[in-house]
Ligand binder design. Structure first.
Ligand code: NAG
Length: 463
């Protein structure tokens, strides 16, 4: 009996020792952080997104800003598409790629109830490895939400083990996006809502949000976040700039095939150039724009106020593109779009930025699942000095678009066609020009300025 007890005691203490020895190393320098500016070279940050780093512009901008001020940064995420050039070749920035889940879990070959949990287990393991062992202990962990499962949970565990301070960067809520795809009544939606609310409340040292409206919501039920919440608005990247001159505009319009034939008419305001970028998903109702363009075309045939033809360029890739291309072809062949030419394009970032700067009006069809996020494409349009007409039926919209100053809002296709007719019927383009000035003004405040004063201060690397 005694022998057995002794054996068990030895096994237990050995196991405990092994577990303790295997725990991730801890961050020891200056903790908790002082609220004043410190030597940036002593500060390190892990930036985590459970998604493709190349398609996570905001997390990429965070990393570049941190390195710009001399602090070390690890960017942890999937490496699928090309990285932002600013992340490459900087000694202070390390990319820590997460291994993608095995093919069988991604292919959809297994039923969701099996593949879902297995995928989460895979993510837990790879995140734990990356955050706990493949990286040096850091003072800060900045994690993108959503996705929140299992990221928030893992982030909290690792921050506890490594003596790291956690910041959640709220881009949106995971559960409202899930409600959009699975239906609001799905039990998993409720579970993920309370998971997100609970961890969001007890976890972070601080939170960033993309809007003031989101910060307000996080302070109330069901989140009840009590730690500091700072709004860090998305701002245009440096590549989005107003067009330098009329010659530059003409040269660009004559260069890309989508606008080539119409270049002179656009320059003379005889044709109006409309740009919309869409991910062709159900949360961007493209029918609204299509219906509005049909109404516009009909009015152009009959109305006395001469409405100019529209060239609409739609950029982006996505699941519903084929369906809408068919609809467009039908409407075109039945002459319902006689005053409108719709062209799709897939452009480089540089050409997309110049297209925005060369257009007359941007269209945004984003419908917010949470009601409190904002589309980055509108931010980019303002950076390019392009006024925007967009779907306005959610709480945070007026935080970015000031009605009649830098853009216009609509909720129905009728309202959209009214705005198009009003703005384009005026050949002098006075109203468009006024909106353009508002857009240029709004686009002047850039990411660096916003980041330094909000995030840089919190991290202790800016005054
Ligand atoms: C999309 O817009 C069309 C046209 O106004 C409307 O008939 C349809 O109900 C809308 N769909 C959704 C999902 O809101």
């Amino acid at each position: 009996m005694l022998e057995l007890l002794l054996t068990l005691a030895v096994i237990a203490s050995t196991t405990l020792t092994v577990v303790l020895l295997m725990l991730p190393t801890r961050y020891v320098r200056h903790s908790p952080p002082a609220a004043t500016r410190q030597d940036a070279s002593k500060i390190s940050v892990q930036v985590l997104v459970l998604g493709d780093i190349g398609r996570s512009p905001r997390m990429s901008y965070h990393a570049m800003s941190i390195a710009k001020h001399g602090a070390r940064v690890d960017v942890i995420g999937y490496q699928e598409s090309a990285l932002h050039p600013g992340l490459i070749g900087n000694a202070l920035i390390s990319i820590v790629p997460l291994p993608p889940p095995p093919k069988i879990l991604r292919s959809g070959g297994l039923p969701f109830v099996v593949a879902g949990p297995l995928k989460v287990l895979w993510q837990i393991w790879s995140l734990y490895q990356a955050l706990g062992y493949r990286t040096q202990p850091a003072r800060w962990l900045l994690v993108q939400n959503p996705p929140s499962i299992p990221t928030l949970f893992l982030a909290i565990i690792v921050c506890f083990l490594r003596n790291t301070h956690l910041i959640i960067d709220w881009h949106n809520y995971g559960w409202t996006i899930l409600a959009g795809t699975r239906g609001a009544a799905h039990p998993f939606v409720t579970i993920s809502k309370y998971y997100e609310a609970f961890l969001g409340r007890c976890a972070p040292t601080a939170s960033f949000t993309v809007t003031n409206a989101m910060a307000r919501q996080l302070k109330g039920a069901p989140y009840n976040v009590r730690s500091p919440i700072l709004t860090l608005h998305d701002r245009p990247a440096a590549i989005f700039q107003p067009i330098a001159s009329a010659e530059a505009r003409r040269a660009f319009l004559e260069r890309i095939p989508e606008t080539q034939k119409h270049a002179s008419d656009i320059m003379a305001a005889k044709t109006r150039l409309l740009v919309s970028s869409t991910s062709w998903t159900p949360d961007e109702n493209f029918s609204l724009l299509l219906e509005a363009l049909v109404t516009y075309s009909t009015a152009a045939k009959t109305s006395k106020s001469a409405l100019p033809p529209i060239l609409a360029i739609i950029t982006g890739k996505g699941p519903q593109k084929e369906m809408y291309m068919k609809r467009i072809a039908e409407l075109t062949s039945s002459s319902k779009l006689s005053s409108v030419t719709i062209a799709t394009a897939w452009l480089t970032t540089e050409d997309y930025a110049t297209l925005l700067a060369s257009a007359d009006l941007g269209v945004c069809l984003h419908m917010s699942s949470s009601g409190v996020d904002l589309p980055m494409k509108v931010v980019d349009m303002f950076g390019a000095g392009l006024p925007v007409v967009g779907y306005a039926g959610y709480e945070s919209w007026p935080e970015l678009v000031k009605e009649g100053m830098n853009g216009r809002g609509f909720e129905t296709s009728k309202e959209l066609s009214d705005v198009l007719m009003e703005l384009f019927a005026d050949r002098s383009g006075k109203e468009l020009q006024r909106l353009r000035e508002g857009a240029v003004e709004e686009g002047k405040r850039r990411w660096d300025e916003e980041w330094d004063s909000v995030a840089g201060r919190l991290l202790g690397i800016c005054d």
